[in-house]
Design a protein around this ligand. Sequence first.
Ligand SMILES: *Cc1c(COP(=O)(O)O)cnc(C)c1O
Length: 387
Amino acid sequence: MQLPIYLDHNATTPCDPEVLEAMLPFFVEQFGNASSKHHPYGWLAEDAVEHAREQTALLIGAKPTEIYFTSGATEAINLGIRGIMLAKERPAGKNHIVTVATEHAAVLDTVKALEQEGFTATYLPVKKDGLVDLNEVAAALTEKTALLSVMTANNETGVVQPLQEIGELARKRGVLYMTDAVQAVGKIPIKVTDMPVDLLALSAHKFYGPKGIGALYVRKGKPTFALFPLLTGGGHERGLRSGTLNVPGIVGLGKACEVAGRLIDNETRRLSNLRDTLESAILKLPGTQVNGNLQRRLPHVTNISFDGVPAKEWLIALNQKIAVSSGSACSSITERASHVLRAMGISEERGQASVRFGLGRSTTEADIAIAVQHISSTLQKLQRNPV
Ligand SMILES: *Cc1c(COP(=O)(O)O)cnc(C)c1O
């Protein structure tokens, strides 16, 4: 089968060959359990895990002791949110969570589940460009608020929130601040040393590492109480995440962090140029519009809506040559406009015919030229009443 050109790097990325190579010894020869203290099998695995912890910490400017490995960002986010809200020593009366309407389901559904358990929540709206209004953030934080969760970069539009200002508002109010940085880590510089962020979630498969591994960063001394662990068991990861460590996955995450740190500057420049080429070519076509703030966004992403095309046929036809999606994987199943675009005030029809283009390390100039050609001819075939 001739596979389409992959322009869906926000959904997942291929594993970097260097990452795979680093992982391989830990399946067969160095297969030890990192918790085995009495023989070299265990020591080798533990050394590899601690090296990966350093690599991960280095990429985001954290200390290795602030990194907790999880099965991915969904788990890291659950651990952060539930870990704080269900903590035994959480200050009494602080039972309120503030988040944003355009967050990933991992955050929204976790907060909703906690509402069912008696916690209260505020879902902040966003402006037309996808950014939160800082006045709304300030107004939502009360003396009851325990946690504010605002993502770094949106997975559908690439819009990057003003973390610095948001974090400062949280600090002033004594509210813990968590950010889902899955789409940003390895793509734009993220240094927790410079950011008033207390917890941060990341996932290896979004930046050329393997699937099923991620991490939660927890600032040392910031939650003044121990987070509530989701899993009970052997007390791995300093009691926060029980379960035998996924050594090959952790090694892969560490390597992916190292490689990303090396490539980030060049890739940012290269991909933003390719993205701009793609975007400006598409914007010449009738009825097209970019969704989201044009300045504050990831270098490799553009979300574009197309007027007057039947959404379902449009995406099927596009995917014959380019692998793209309209918003996140879940919203393409329900065929409703994504919650992100709707929160930005985009109409149902326009939202359904929106396409997220996510470029990546393998994307070439030739790919972009083919994509533009294909989009343009497909649009000519399907567009009814271009405005
Ligand atoms: C992919 C993604 C997640 C979930 O990460 P997994 O590691 O796949 O569980 C969470 N948030 C955002 C913004 C994502 O893009």
